[in-house]
Design a protein around this ligand. Structure first.
Ligand code: G6P
Length: 628
């Protein structure tokens, strides 16, 4: 949700800013802008463009036309104010005394605006960010009267702004009269600092690691309510009382190449193909071989003692989007294996429903980015209520990872495509590990069953590979169906969870209206929408529910639906009912989601391609949703 990049150093800033922004476009792409301080002419140049980053690149000759070595850049996902050039960041005060780029929402911007208008400030845009820029200007002016030095004056202004503002923010800030200095601060929106060495010596700021990876692997995570002051030579970080604090650099292990397309046409198809590797990387470090050759789970990283896990009375699964769909599947897996009652919630609903939480409950927050505002708020609510919290997160060092009591990282690697695929699959793998562990410590499964489950987990990557090897069939079918207007996905139990994800993938990137229904629920209303030619995808991987789902498919077929069946090899009876079938390898039925989701990802992908859409950056969406 909006991407920020900043650079101060020895090199020309604008090309670095634009390159960094190109790695953050997944966060928003309504408009983009940069502000660079031209030291020779002693002014800050601001260039903005509506639409994709490439427009800004064209206007500035990929940044080469903008002089100066200190600047900030932004790619926007509009919240307040339509996507337009004027509303694009950076925003600034009179004569560009204060220039800011912002990710987040200033909730009390109207109050601040009213107060500043009374003081004589004029607003040019409809954004909440401009209120922060002008508020900083007003505090900077006041601080100037206190006879403070430039740095103290800036810190004083930033600190006062932080106290006055409500909401969430990551801010990159330039003061027009401070050449070669960049400031940054954050609350509830991510921001990192990168240190650049050698011929581009200096510092960067960014909303996410890929923006800095071509330049450095040494990063510092700015914590909530900290302020950074950066120059070519120096990095100083302060707390909100303006006291300097020590911060440690962390070395990023993955490299820039993992955030490249690697010859694939889109990030999404590359990431779909990375799923076997990603699932293997998530599972294998947590599965050890004992001396007797038997395999066992090692979840010691969670630092949750077995006795505590054995005593868990209820599991609360919380997430947004696809992470919520993982929670939906997890409920069935955990309840069936560990016999612990589970509740699954959308984070945005959970936080406002005043949930009743059992003291011996375990909260599992699922999030790829680890920054989703609602998921983070749900986590904090649970922690305030004294609950044990466990996060399943992909981005190392993200807010959710840092604030939860325990974290299980999914090793999907950087996921760039807005529509998640490999992160979703690794979240499922993490759930299988946790569910099996809970079942074992509670004595709900025999050692033999535990061994079998572990073997079945370890076999998943190869089976996903097999599903991928059949992708041309799905591609052929997708080309045929690209013109359809409505699609229904139906299934029962885990197959309903798969349907939810299949439907979301399709609507996200193909803009085709689609809905997922529990198959048995169709007849309570939705079946009235079925008419000649409507595509219904029936998911039937669960042996105990196979016949029930097929019966529901027969019901819609007799009302004219065109049927796509998705089941496991061996269930050939489905062909009597459906028009087109995709089979996935057999596995432990509780793990079938990992295989069945793949053809649905491919279906959405190929339909989007057939329609000529922007697969990786679908309209109106952003990958990291850091606003409510
Ligand atoms: C956005 C993304 C989805 C993702 C959801 C939750 O909507 O487009 O793919 O599932 O956010 O994100 P998280 O990072 O918390 O998993």
């Amino acid at each position: 949700m909006c991407g920020i990049v900043g650079y101060v150093g020895t090199r020309q800033a604008a090309p670095i800013l634009l390159d960094g922004l190109s790695r953050l476009e997944y966060r928003g792409y309504d408009s983009a802008g940069i502000a660079v301080r031209d030291e020779e002419n002693e002014h800050v140049e601001v260039v903005k463009a509506k639409g994709r980053l490439k427009n800004l690149m064209e206007m500035t000759d990929s940044g080469h036309a903008v002089r100066g070595t200190c600047g900030v850049g932004h790619t926007r996902w509009a919240t307040h104010g339509e996507p337009s050039t004027i509303n694009a960041h950076p925003h600034y005060s009179r004569e560009k005394r204060v220039v800011v780029v912002h990710n987040g929402i200033i909730e009390n911007y109207q109050d601040i605006k009213d107060m500043l208008v009374r003081k004589g400030y004029a607003f040019r845009t409809q954004t909440d960010t401009e209120a922060a820029a002008l508020l900083l200007d007003s505090y900077y002016t006041e601080a100037g009267k206190k006879g403070l030095g430039p740095r103290e004056r800036a810190l004083d202004a930033i600190r006062n702004m932080m106290i006055r503002v409500r909401g969430s923010y990551a801010l990159g800030i330039l003061f027009g009269d401070q050449p070669g200095v960049m400031y940054a601060t954050r609350k509830d929106s991510p921001l990192i600092i990168g240190r650049c060495d050698g011929e581009m010596r200096g510092h960067m700021i960014a909303s996410d690691v890929p923006a800095v990876l071509s330049y450095t692997r040494n990063v510092v995570y700015i914590d909530n309510l900290e302020i950074a002051c950066l120059t070519q030579e120096e990095m100083r970080v302060y707390n909100i009382d303006c006291e300097q604090i020590d911060k440690a650099f962390v070395e990023i292990k993955w490299d820039a190449a993992s955030a490249e397309k690697d010859g694939y046409e889109h990030f999404m198809i590359k990431e779909i193909h990375e799923q076997p590797r990603a699932v293997r990387d998530t599972l294998s470090p947590r599965i050890k071989e004992r001396e007797d050759g038997q395999k066992c789970l090692d979840l010691s990283e969670l630092e949750l003692p077995d006795e505590e896990l054995a005593g868990v009375s209820r599991v609360y699964l919380i997430g947004c989007g696809s992470a919520y769909h993982v929670g939906t599947a997890a409920r069935t897996v955990i309840e069936r294996l560990a016999h612990i009652p589970c509740e699954v919630d959308l984070a945005s609903e959970f936080r406002y429903r005043d949930p009743i939480l059992e003291p011996r409950g375990l909260v599992i927050i699922i999030s790829q980015s680890g920054e989703t505002a609602d998921s983070l708020a749900a986590l904090r609510l649970c922690r305030e209520r004294g609950m044990r919290t466990l996060a399943i997160v992909n981005v190392v060092g993200s807010s959710i990872a840092r604030e939860a009591d325990a974290v299980m990282y999914t090793w999907a690697g950087p996921e760039i495509s807005v529509a998640t695929t490999k992160a979703y699959s690794t979240q499922l793998a993490a759930i299988y590990l946790i569910a099996t562990k809970l079942a074992a410590v509670r004595g709900q499964i025999s050692p033999e069953r535990e061994q079998q489950l572990i073997e079945d987990m370890l076999a998943l990557p190869d089976k996903i590979e097999r599903v991928l090897s059949d992708k041309e069939r799905v591609q052929w079918y997708a080309n045929k169906m690209a013109a359809c207007k409505d699609v229904f996905f139906i299934g029962r139990g885990l197959d309903h969870a798969i349907s939810l994800e299949g439907s979301l993938k399709l609507k996200e990137i193909s803009y085709i209206h689609s809905e997922a229904y529990a198959a048995g629920e169709l007849k309570h209303g939705t079946i009235s929408l079925i008419e000649d030619g409507v595509l219904v995808v029936g998911v039937a991987t669960q042996p105990d529910l196979f016949e029930k789902v097929v019966s529901n498919m027969v019901e819609v077929r007799s009302r004219g639906a065109y049927l796509f069946g998705l089941t496991t090899y061996g269930q050939y009876a489905i062909e009597d009912t459906v028009n087109f079938t995709v089979y996935v390898p057999r596995t432990e039925p509780l793990f079938a989601t990992s295989l069945a989701v793949v053809p649905l990802q491919l279906l959405a992908y190929y339909i989007s391609c057939a329609k000529g859409l922007d697969v990786d950056k679908p309209r109106n969406l952003a990958k990291s949703v850091t606003v409510e």
